[in-house]
Design a protein around this ligand. Structure first.
Ligand SMILES: NC(=O)c1ccc[n+]([C@@H]2O[C@H](COP(=O)([O-])OP(=O)(O)OC[C@H]3O[C@@H](n4cnc5c(N)ncnc54)[C@H](OP(=O)(O)O)[C@@H]3O)[C@@H](O)[C@H]2O)c1
Length: 169
């Protein structure tokens, strides 16, 4: 599978045709619920819930991916209550950074495209910034949540990944 980041639109369409089975992480969350409605018509969807699939259980995640062999993984799981993140930075970095790092390494090893949902909190709340942000904008997180979601710069480069830094859902 090619790298969609530098790929052309036709590359993305080509990759979309290759995708049959999708592992959707966080399928009962706000975004996950909507994605299920949209994706279930056209794809085989794997939607394990937290009690069966916890992204912080690194080895189990690896085993699950090996067993089920999805073509695409969409990660909507997060620890995103900003106040709770300040109180519990360990959990913030475990869920939002290290579990994502683990996922990306598995995807790199298995040549699976990873779609990860991030947040505009990685840019901070500087009112002087031009909106909308571009991919070239430098991060400037001002809280634990924003720092922990700014995983892009800290990771080895997987073969294929898309990161959506959403403002709101
Ligand atoms: N909501 C927004 O306005 C907004 C804005 C910008 C960016 N985002 C980002 O968009 C993504 C989706 O947000 P959302 O609002 O849909 O979140 P959400 O409603 O809280 O859903 C998160 C989902 O992830 C699951 N989850 C939590 N911890 C997990 C773990 N350790 N392992 C596996 N699954 C786990 C949750 O399961 P349980 O329900 O069992 O806890 C839930 O199904 C997040 O990455 C968030 O940072 C959201």
């Amino acid at each position: 599978m090619g790298n969609p980041i530098n790929g052309s639109r036709s590359t993305l369409i080509f990759m979309a045709e290759e995708i049959k089975k999708i592992l959707l992480i966080g399928a009962d969350g706000q975004l996950g619920t909507d994605l299920v409605k949209v994706l279930q018509k056209d794809y085989e969807l794997l939607c394990p819930l937290l009690d069966e699939f916890d992204i912080t259980h690194f080895e189990k995640v690896k085993e699950y991916v090996k067993t089920h062999a999805p073509d695409l993984i969409i990660n909507t799981a997060a620890f995103h209550n900003t106040d709770e993140c300040e109180k519990n930075p360990e959990k913030s970095f475990l869920v939002n950074t290290f579990a994502v790092k683990n996922l990306s390494e598995i995807c790199k090893e298995k040549d699976i495209l990873l779609v990860h949902i991030s947040t505009d909190y990685v840019f901070g709340l500087d009112e002087k910034r031009r909106i909308p942000y571009t991919e070239e904008d430098l991060p400037g997180p001002v809280n634990i949540y924003g720092i922990s979601k700014n995983w892009k710069s800290t990771l080895a480069n997987p073969k294929g990944r898309l990161i959506f830094r959403c403002f709101t859902l």
